[in-house]
Write a protein that binds this ligand. Sequence first.
Ligand code: NDP
Length: 247
Amino acid sequence: SMKRWVGKTAIVTGASVGIGAAIAERLVIEGLQVVGIARRVHLIQDLSRRLANEKGKLHALRCDVTIEDNILKVFEWCREHLGPVHILINNAGIVENTNLIDGDTRKWRNVIDTNVFGLCVGTREAVREMVRHRVDGHIVHMNSVGGHRVPYFTFSNVYPGTKHAVTALATTLKKELSANKLDIKITSISPGIVKTEIGKSCYNFEKQVSVSPSLTVEDVVDAVIYALSTGPNVLVEEIILQPLHEP
Ligand code: NDP
């Protein structure tokens, strides 16, 4: 049940659109104090206004997760205004139109910085906060089927590499947390294709999405809520979600 999280603080990265916005919305409806972060903060502010009559509240903060200082400022804001952070949803992620053989290093770096570096910094700060306040928190990484196998269609060739890194980072973190006897959960959620804005920046991805069966953002939100709802002795390590007829 989500009861134990009511009134607690959750940070959702990439909460302006897509899967992240849908997760933020559901957590507000469940009664949490949600801090939604992204570069397009006005979109989170719009969502916050639409959720004004729900049980919880959505706080909108501007943050580029590729900039360490931006992330530190978010955690400072939480400390000042809301207290301990209980949940971190590492959802911000991008694909870019680039490939390995003749690709653009600026784009590679952007994908790596967003999908891996930003996720690591957020995770470090969340764990520090949870330890400081002795909170049994939960960290969720938005991974991808591309974090387990490389799709047969080519797109943004560093993307599957970054998501394989997320798979390894979730396992590494789990080991670190249990070696330190911390009751903090780490879950990796790996969806197949979901129709969102993500394809806009990558022609091959968009083309594939347009002809493939897909999941809805709600399907992904349901998986996140399931992982968060488990009892104290249960860890949902990994959920791989595919449309019934995968591409
Ligand atoms: P969208 O493009 O719809 O949303 C991506 C979100 O990430 C936006 O809110 C965007 O906000 C945010 N974001 C991107 N870069 C940054 C940054 N530097 N700093 C802060 N926020 C950032 O994509 P999805 O909702 O589809 O993707 C969400 C997650 O799900 C990603 O990690 C993606 O890899 C993963 N995923 C998606 C799949 C799909 O088919 N759609 C399949 C499997 C996994 P803003 O631009 O305002 O900063």
